[in-house]
Ligand binder design. Structure first.
Ligand code: ADP
Ligand code: MG
Length: 696
């Protein structure tokens, strides 16, 4: 039996270990840095490094690395061993404060969007002491931020930390107005629910599309899909169960609070959710979780697919980003309060989120935009590409009453006047959750459901923190110094609700009616990544991030370039893989199918000319016609890829979206059509049925 409390965090240089191993004054200095962001002095850093090294060596580590999150979306590490030469050809194990605090990896191969010319290739990494160091695979990993020599951020952690500061600063201002003078810091907390697929490694290795792209580019549907809905929360298969058990243990060792696991809607699809924590740690942990999901799958002869849409016609995978704000005194700011006064505060924060989401639909949409996620958003299983907010009937009723200066009629209870000094007390929402809403209030937190399964959660949280900070700033500017504070609050709430309730929608977000209704309301419907990205560099967005010190303009323009380039590169790889598979695998197989049919026809004629062979002839005609069309489309696709226009990153991405992707879709449709008509024995790759039901 695993002793969970004993293994939990056993590979983490956490609070307990620090207290145990650091001299008291050093520990205190470090805590100050963690809590208040104060700088560390070198002597202190040396002591911490030395204690970390001793601890890591006891745990079997030989190397250390600065672990960071460049703009590739995955994590990066460069391992250095602790060994340092000493007298007499010997070595000692060393790790200095300097090595702990700052690293200088050669950064020339990481995307920088033109921020860093190759002649000044070095970037530097700087320790984030608010996220604990940990040991993974014999290496002490130190979570770090990654910047260019000019100080521009080249990673996802730096802006995330800056956005945390921004929202904290503004939230504290508001709380002061409510007399919460003991609040000095507000932190965003996040619990990301992660979906994934598990398939057999043997199947995976037979498909170039899975190997190169992480998703299938071809594949006729299996006779059975998810229509019976027998997989969702179903009993775990024994291989999956063994996998999940080991994954939990690996995550627990890393101090990750993996809490729930279950089967998801699609066959072979599963979900893991951790207990929420501070957003920068949640982000680090989610990156580690995705990595461990893949590593542990290998050990079990399986492959974990994190792609947003591994299989056409089967639900894709997303991530639900549960987000809230908590004070250093332990108060969740989205917990509706027990007294009218508490509720005024709750409503101020709620309305800040409502106006933030309404005003900045574009930024939230962009934060979930990727070539992979384009296959999900707007499809029937995922939220639409339109941002809207679900509040639940009770809360929506309260806002409605405030807006109309009406009485608030609480379901089954007394009527209440909603006025200056009498904001209503209301119970936690008990209505059904609306799972079709991209942004739902779920009792004491918001659940943003647009994120793709493979993406880092950093970007969505940077956006959320920054846009809410901006609204809180405007609110604080308006409310500070007002003699009749509650009166001013009421005026503000009423105005905000009136101006922004177009974003609130409690109906079915998957219906076509909603698309039309949303358009009437003036909401954005940015269907693809390429439609969404240009909004990133709109002047008002550049100004917003600058105002809160999250990004400067150069950083944003660089990110915009990187996102577009990544999109184009990804689609290019997929298209190249398709062309290759058609030429080397499918076309030869389709020839074989035709030859087989011809042989049957000839044999029938020879043996007994009066046996009918219309069936074979019909099939042959159909397949021969499809084969010609496949060659034609494949040639056209190849031609596109050889003639990608020169132009801005946006023009190139548009070309991929408008010219390349439609050809890929056509090609797939044709090949899948032949697969459905062909003898199984001829088909060169495992079918959807083989792959999706491969785990017993
Ligand atoms: P479900 O939505 O499936 O009912 P929960 O409500 O328990 O599950 O939470 C889903 C996720 O939201 C979990 O990861 C949980 O830790 C997280 N969560 C709960 N409270 C908060 C909070 N205050 N801030 C951020 N995340 C939270
Ligand atoms: Mg959820």
């Amino acid at each position: 039996m695993t002793n969970i409390p004993e293994i939990f965090g056993s590979m983490v240089f956490n609070e307990t270990v620090m207290k145990e191993r650091l001299p008291r004054d050093i520990y205190r200095a470090l805590k100050k840095t963690i809590n208040n962001g104060e700088g560390l002095d070198r002597a202190v850093a040396d002591e911490i490094a030395s204690a970390m090294k001793d601890w890591a060596i006891e745990k079997g580590a030989t190397h250390f690395t600065h672990w960071f999150q460049p703009m590739t979306g995955v994590t990066a590490e460069k391992h250095d061993s602790f060994i340092t030469p000493s007298d007499g050809g010997n070595i000692i194990m060393e790790f200095s404060g300097k090595e702990l605090i700052k690293g200088e990896p050669d950064a020339s191969s990481f995307p920088s969007g033109g921020l860093r010319a190759t002649f000044e290739a070095r970037g530097y990494t700087a320790w984030d002491p608010t996220s604990y160091a940990f040991i993974k695979d014999g290496t002490l990993c130190i979570p770090t931020a990654f910047c260019s020599y000019g100080g521009e951020s080249l990673d996802k952690k730096t802006p995330l930390l800056r956005s945390m500061e921004a929202v904290s600063r503004q939230a504290v201002r508001i709380l002061k107005l409510f007399g919460k003078n003991d609040v000095v810091r507000v932190v965003p907390t996040v619990g990301p629910e992660q979906e994934y697929f598990l398939i057999d490694k043997e199947m995976f290795e037979q498909r170039k599309d899975l190997i190169y792209c992480g998703r299938t580019l071809f594949g006729a549907p299996a006779p059975k899909g998810q229509e019976l809905e027998d997989h969702y929360f179903g009993k775990l298969k024994s291989r999956v169960s063994a996998y999940m058990k080991e994954l939990d243990e690996e995550l627990w060792k890393l101090g990750i609070l993996a809490k729930t696991k279950h089967n998801e809607a699609a066959p072979a699809q599963h979900e893991l959710a951790p207990i929420f924590t501070t957003v920068n740690i949640a982000t680090d942990h989610n990156q580690l979780t995705m990595e461990m999901m893949k590593v542990v799958a290998e050990r079990h002869g399986m492959v974990c697919l994190l792609h947003e849409k591994p299989f056409e016609g089967v639900n894709g995978s997303g991530k639900h980003n549960n987000w809230s704000l908590t004070t250093n005194t332990g108060e969740n700011l989205f917990e509706p309060g027990k007294s009218p006064h508490d509720n005024a505060q709750f409503l101020v924060f709620l309305c800040a989120v409502i106006s933030a989401v309404h005003k900045h639909q574009d930024l939230l949409r962009i934060s979930a935009a990727s070539a992979g996620n384009d296959h999900r958003l707007g499809a029937h299983e995922a939220p639409p590409a339109i941002i809207s907010m679900f509040l639940g009937t009770e809360l929506a009723g309260v806002l409605e009453a405030i807006k109309a200066d009406n009485d608030y009629v609480q379901s089954g209870r007394q009527t209440m006047k909603v006025g200056v000094n009498a904001l209503p007390v209301f119970p936690k929402d008990s209505t059904d959750r609306n799972r079709t809403s991209p942004f739902a209030f779920t009792g004491n937190k918001f659940e943003f459901r647009m994120l793709g399964s493979s993406e880092s959660i950093a970007c969505s949280n940077i956006m959320l923190n920054a846009i809410v900070a901006d609204e809180l700033m405007l609110f604080a500017d308006e409310l500070e110094g007002k003699p009749d504070f509650l009166g001013a609050v009421h005026t503000l709430l009423k105005r905000v609700i009136t101006e922004h309730d177009a974003i609130i929608f409690d109906g079915n977000g998957y219906s076509d009616d909603w698309v039309a209704e949303a358009e009437k309301r003036g909401l954005l419907n940015l269907r693809t990544t390429v439609d969404a990205l240009p909004y990133y560099i709109k002047q008002e967005n550049l100004d917003l991030f600058k105002r809160h010190g999250v990004y400067n303009e150069t950083e944003m323009r660089a990110r915009y370039e990187i996102l577009l380039e990544q999109y184009s590169k990804l689609v290019n790889i997929e298209a190249l893989t398709m062309v290759d598979m058609v030429k080397k695998d499918y076309s030869p197989a389709i020839s074989d199918v035709q030859r087989g049919l011809c042989e049957t026809i000839i044999a029938k004629r020879e043996v007994c000319p009066d046996i009918p062979f219309e069936t074979e002839k019909g099939a042959l005609k159909k397949i021969a016609a499809a084969a010609d069309e496949i060659t034609e489309v494949n040639d056209a696709l190849e031609c596109d890829l050889k003639n990608v226009p020169r132009g801005t990153s946006l023009e190139v991405a548009r070309f991929f979206a408008d010219s390349v992707i439609p050809k890929m879709e056509k090609l797939r449709y044709l090949v899948d059509g032949v697969e459905a008509e062909s003898d199984r024995g001829y088909w060169p790759v495992p079918s959807y049925g083989d792959i999706i039901f491969s785990i017993k």
